[in-house]
Design a protein around this ligand. Structure first.
Ligand code: PLP
Length: 360
């Protein structure tokens, strides 16, 4: 037995469970478990990947200069306030590392993305989950859970795994009511799927006097580049400096940078992916609701379906898997009666409906 011991507080961490990608005995599977894009990345990103073959010996630009400039242009932001990393999940961890320690509290909503809890535990901080109302984050509830020891509040909007969304007026109210020494991290992983009047990713709150708001984005969702790992933060200059001091130097590969730049230049593909998601999510939700399932209102690229109980959810999970469609179980979110299903290709969503109809 090894005499080398990790920090004792790390013992309570349960690893992040990625969506399943295989079913024993089933050859052809469709992964609807990780909110990946069914249309894949822009063809321009695929072309960009091919051009890298002759320069694999060269380190990537550690500052991701072209990528930051392209993001800045597309999202109307200041490039020097953007930090790129190998996905947005590493940025969640960097923020926890920079702004919390043992004895502190990290706050999120009850069914908030599980990475926030893991990030808190990895620092020996206490994760605090604010009760939700109807599977939706509540600003009042979050504010009620703020204590002297709160250091960070993570809020995904729309949230994973529920898909529910808060209007921007509520995000503004949260920011205005929050103590200024608490870092408010607005996780906009699914922002590009949202295009209603009530939605903003929160980047307009970053450059205000308090300087306590950070917004996170990813290329893993609508841009279809999950395999390459690239995400980014938009943050006040002081926080950018901290993140740049902490982050790994070459974590965003040359392939990730080149493909992300190309993807940003393909607005038509983004619009096509969003339109597909809008239409297919609506038909999936409507059909499942017509069968009597409780489908949470989703603003993202997945739907969260509530069954009568955990046994029914487990049976539906098994049925879908046996037929090659893999949903995401939500036991670790304390939602054993729910399944999260990615909005896939129309024919795959139709098959989900057909199979679940057979259980009614
Ligand atoms: C809300 C939310 N934030 C962050 C992430 C992490 O994305 P990535 O690390 O792939 O950029 C995810 C991934 O599912 C997510 O759902």
């Amino acid at each position: 037995m090894s005499k080398v011991k990790p920090l004792s507080y790390l013992a309570v961490i349960e690893p992040y469970l990625p969506g399943d990608f295989a079913v024993e005995g089933v050859e052809e599977i469709v992964k609807l478990s990780s909110n990946e894009s069914p249309l894949g990345p822009s063809p321009k990103a695929i072309e960009a990947l091919a051009t890298l073959q002759s320069s694999l010996q060269i380190y990537p630009d550690s500052l991701a200069t072209e990528l930051r400039n392209t993001i800045a242009e597309k999202y109307s932001l200041a490039p020097e306030q953007i930090v790129c990393e190998a996905g947005s999940e590493p940025i969640i961890n960097l923020l926890a590392r920079a702004y919390s320690q043992i004895g502190d509290e990290i706050l999120f909503s009850q069914y908030g993305f599980i990475a926030y809890k893991i990030a808190a535990l990895s620092m020996g901080a206490t994760p605090v989950a604010a009760p939700e109302i109807a599977y939706t984050a509540s600003v009042d509830s979050l504010l009620n859970c703020v204590s002297e020891r709160t250091r960070i509040l993570f809020l995904a909007n729309p949230n994973n795994p529920t898909g529910t969304q808060l209007p921007f007026s509520e995000i503004e109210r949260l920011r205005d009511s929050l103590r200024e020494d608490i870092l408010l991290v607005l996780d906009a992983a699914y922002a590009e799927y949202c295009h209603g009047d009530e939605y903003r990713d929160g980047s307009s709150l970053v450059n205000t006097a308090a300087g306590n708001v950070v917004v996170l984005h990813t290329f893993s969702k609508i841009y279809g580049l999950a395999a390459l790992r690239v995400g980014w933060a938009y943050a006040p200059p002081e926080i950018v400096e901290v993140l740049n001091n902490l982050r790994g130097v070459f974590t965003v590969s040359a392939a990730a940078q080149a493909c992300a730049v190309a993807a940003l230049h393909d607005e038509a593909h983004l619009l096509k992916s969003r339109a597909h998601n809008d239409a297919t999510r609506a038909s999936l939700s409507t059909q499942l609701a017509a069968l009597g399932f409780n489908v949470l209102p989703s603003a993202a690229n997945f739907v969260c379906v509530q069954f009568t109980n955990s046994v029914a959810a487990a049976a539906a999970d098994l049925l879908l898997r046996q037929n090659g469609l893999i949903p995401r179980t939500l036991n670790e979110y304390d939602m054993p009666d729910c399944l999260r299903i990615t909005v896939g290709l129309t024919r795959h969503c139709d098959k989900v409906v057909q199979l679940l109809a057979s259980t009614r």
